[in-house]
Design a protein around this ligand. Structure first.
Ligand SMILES: [Mg+2]
Length: 234
């Protein structure tokens, strides 16, 4: 069935791994963390334990680099049986600071596409994570001018999006979300009868992965580059 985008008034863009590179930096950080703990556990266990810690801490800390750093510190203490050196704790803090200081690397076609679609639609940056970090990345990206505002959601579930649509004073059918995560940027929207387009990024955090069953029969499009958006909306 063809999807009709003619009623769209507002387009929500996810930020991390949709507009700019993000997940790659987390993978690199996990590698560094693994090296710091290598005398205590195997790399695989270190990875799995850290992931568990992040998920356990999500309700308390939410998403983003700062939450990730706290989880690394806690995980390092536990995995080293409280033998980790203060130097290594400092190294973990520095992993986080390096992540926050990374330059923003835009993905292919982003600026060109935003320039064009912002002439016809109101654009909102809809992201979860840390407000300060996301604001800084948006600022560094040079893309601020294309967005009406930035919306940092504590999570990206159906209720969060329904609230966003209420604030925007639009119907679900008038909203299109674009992002790299099926779990966060696509399925919740389809479930509340809004539109969504999936633009996969080559790396997906385990927490964001969904099974084929969950996407079965769901009504959304997948594009391989943001540039394809122009054809869909024309
Ligand atoms: Mg994303």
């Amino acid at each position: 069935m063809e999807i009709d985008y003619k009623n769209i008034k507002v387009i929500g863009f996810d930020a991390d791994d949709t507009l700019w590179v993000n997940e790659t930096y987390f993978r690199d950080a996990e590698m560094e963390f693994g090296k710091l703990l290598s005398e205590y556990e195997t790399l695989n266990t270190i990875d799995q334990e850290l992931f568990k810690k992040e998920i356990d801490n999500l309700p308390l800390y939410g998403y983003g680099v700062k939450a990730f750093v706290l989880s690394m510190v806690e995980s390092a203490l536990e995995q080293s049986n409280y033998n980790i050196s203060t130097k290594s704790i400092e190294a973990i803090l520095n992993i986080g600071k390096d992540m926050l200081n990374k330059p923003v690397e835009l993905l292919d076609g982003v600026e060109e596409v935003l320039k064009i679609v912002s002439q016809k639609y109101r654009l909102v940056l809809a992201t979860k994570g840390d407000l300060l970090d996301q604001e800084r990345k948006l600022e560094k990206s040079g893309l601020t001018k294309y967005f009406h505002h930035i919306e940092v959601l504590s999570d990206k579930q159906e209720a969060n999006y329904s609230k966003l649509l209420n604030h925007l004073d639009i119907k679900p059918s008038e909203f299109l979300m674009i992002g790299n995560s099926l779990k966060s940027d696509v399925l919740p929207l389809v479930n509340i009868k809004a539109h969504a387009i999936h633009v996969p990024f080559h790396t997906t955090w385990a927490h964001e992965q969904v099974s084929v069953k969950e996407t079965n029969g769901k009504h959304y499009k997948t594009i391989s580059s943001l540039r394809e958006l122009l054809k869909l909306l024309s």
